[in-house]
Design a binder for this molecule. Structure first.
Ligand code: FCA
Length: 337
């Protein structure tokens, strides 16, 4: 009997045809140990940062012989569906960078209910009372230290160029609802102030979305409000935050001559740094995304396999990359070939 195509789909999703395919497959010997399977869920799968984390998780899977299911989870509903599909697929745990840190309690409860081990990466879960959920193991960048290094590097580059402070201002692209983002930009601003940059020439531009269009819009509003500023220093929580602002300054005729932008991540600015002509994007604080992906996947694997509970809080550090050294540093980190 020929089954109409839509029905095949319905039957497949209901698992009704599964029996047919099983008949032809060779049954696994009862004694074969089940291969460990983990999920790696990220909030913005289109961002190179997360693709490099996946690459690191894949490397750990290859080294230890486990399986990684990589899923983009752009909202809460997708997270819950992903957890259910991991359970159905026989996974024993997952690593997640959640689309919203306030989903933390719901995600942790679902994981517990389904018997899945859980590690958070980059964006730490927040409980209903606004406190970090330290009971869920977390690995992420040392946000304040890396933010401070960004601010110090901006100030040093401004001084190297001999820019008069009176003609310069800071465009700080912010996303304060996310703790790791706020810690980075707060520390960056604090470092600029500590170095001597006047507080009244540091302007915040809140981004509504954490992508290039979001920061471009935020910077455009700020630039309209300050038409008198001749030189800009640009900071933000990641490369895309700074890139959007750089595009906004270019829209108003600014160039690499009068804009210094420094991002964070180092993974999302590779094409920018490779441009034949320098832009206002001066450099980035590189944090190793492949390493973060590798380490979280590795910790989860050991937790599942041997019961080794991961540390509650692991932090990674960053280094400055610019047009001068990025090829060399990124090659060493395994980010480019
Ligand atoms: C957050 C940001 C990412 C990356 C990560 C370490 O999740 O959205 O771009 O900086 O922290």
């Amino acid at each position: 009997m020929k089954i109409p195509a839509p029905l095949v789909l319905i039957l497949l999703s209901a698992g009704l045809l599964a029996g047919c395919s099983k008949q032809t497959a060779t049954p696994a010997p009862a004694s074969a140990p089940a291969k460990i399977k983990i999920g790696f869920l990220v909030k913005q799968p289109e961002e190179p940062w997360f693709q490099f984390e996946w690459k690191g998780a894949d490397a750990a899977a290859k080294q230890y012989g486990f399986e990684v299911v990589k899923l983009g989870v752009t909202d809460g509903e997708k997270v819950m569906t992903a957890i259910d599909s991991l359970v159905a697929g026989g996974a024993q745990g997952f690593v997640i960078c959640t689309p919203d840190v306030r989903l933390g309690p719901a995600i942790a409860a679902r994981a517990k209910l389904k018997g899945l081990k859980l590690i958070t990466v980059d964006d730490q879960f927040v409980s209903a009372d606004g406190k970090f959920m330290t009971e869920v193991p977390y690995l992420g960048m040392s946000a304040s230290k890396i933010g401070a290094a960004q601010g110090e590097a901006l100030y040093a580059e401004m001084q190297r160029r001999g820019w008069p402070v009176a003609e310069t201002a800071v465009c700080a692209i912010t996303f304060e609802e996310l703790d790791t983002a706020r810690e980075r930009t707060d520390a960056s601003i604090a470092a600029l102030r500590a170095a001597g940059f006047p507080a009244d020439r540091i302007f915040k531009a809140p981004q509504k979305t954490t992508d290039i269009p979001g920061s471009l819009d935020a910077a455009n509003i700020l630039l309209t409000q300050h038409p008198d500023v001749k030189r800009w220093l640009v900071l933000g929580m990641n490369d895309n935050a700074v890139l959007g602002a750089i595009r906004a300054t270019e829209g108003r005729g600014f160039t690499a001559e009068n804009v210094i932008g420094i991002g964070i991540n180092g993974t999302d600015c590779i094409d920018e740094l490779r441009k034949a002509k320098p832009t206002g994007f001066h450099g980035s604080m590189l944090v190793s995304a492949p390493q973060e992906g590798f380490q979280t996947a590795e910790m989860l694997y050991h937790w599942i396999k041997d019961g080794t509970v991961p540390p509650a809080d692991t932090r990674t550090s960053g280094i400055l990359i610019t047009r001068e050294n990025f090829e060399q540093v990124l090659r060493k980190e395994g980010i480019i070939d």
